[in-house]
Design a protein around this ligand. Structure first.
Ligand SMILES: Nc1ncnc2c1ncn2[C@@H]1O[C@H](COP(=O)(O)OP(=O)(O)OP(=O)(O)O)[C@@H](O)[C@H]1O
Ligand SMILES: [Mg+2]
Length: 169
């Protein structure tokens, strides 16, 4: 474990995903809204937490109303409402909180209930392993003693809230 500025981890994840967030012939680009608070360094396994950020942001991006357009169909103002990913960070007491929200399709209760199950995916065979969020949950909860929650409303979007202790005891 090392003392890490989590903003660096989030930013390097965003850098890696940059090509998938920017405007492309078949999708309009995703607006990124960052509200970074004043975070202390956090004692953590940096590489593992970066994997968590990667999984959540990749989901938000892939799932965003864009899927329909990905098979080459043109996008238009009508079939996409400005896709957006918002990232908020803040300290709260002895923990830091990272919230990652998208304004994609959200998910029904039946999906939300199985979200963190290994191998649960709604993606077509061969596209998703369904491991992204179950591994992320393990990293946050088991490896760091933190919490990971999901709030989602169909038709409105999804928010993941991660709490990580600043110091491991
Ligand atoms: N931001 C989101 N909006 C809507 N649904 C989501 C979102 N994130 C996850 N999901 C749902 O949760 C399921 C499980 O996600 P998870 O990341 O574990 O697996 P996956 O993305 O299907 O596959 P993998 O990440 O292994 O490629 C997804 O298939 C999808 O149905
Ligand atoms: Mg995934």
């Amino acid at each position: 474990m090392k003392n890490i500025d989590l903003h660096d981890g989030i930013d390097s994840t965003l850098m890696i995903l940059h090509n998938r967030l920017k405007v492309q012939p078949n999708h309009p680009g995703i607006e990124l809204v960052k509200n970074y608070g004043n975070l202390p360094q956090v004692e953590c396994y940096a590489g593992q937490l970066n994997q968590v950020f990667m999984n959540i942001i990749a989901n938000a991006n892939a799932i965003d109303a864009l899927e329909d357009c990905q098979n080459g169909a043109a996008y238009s103002r009508e079939n996409i409402r400005n896709p957006q990913i918002q990232i908020n960070t803040a300290r709260s007491g002895s923990q830091v909180q990272i919230r990652i929200a998208d304004n994609g399709p959200g998910m029904p209760e039946s999906v939300k209930q199985r979200l963190f199950d290994p191998f649960f995916t709604t993606k077509p065979v061969g596209k998703g392993t369904g491991l992204g969020l179950s591994i992320s949950y393990q990293i946050v909860v088991d490896k760091h003693g933190g919490q990971m929650q999901c709030f989602s409303t169909p038709g409105q979007g999804t928010e993941f809230v991660i709490d990580i202790p600043i110091k491991q005891s």
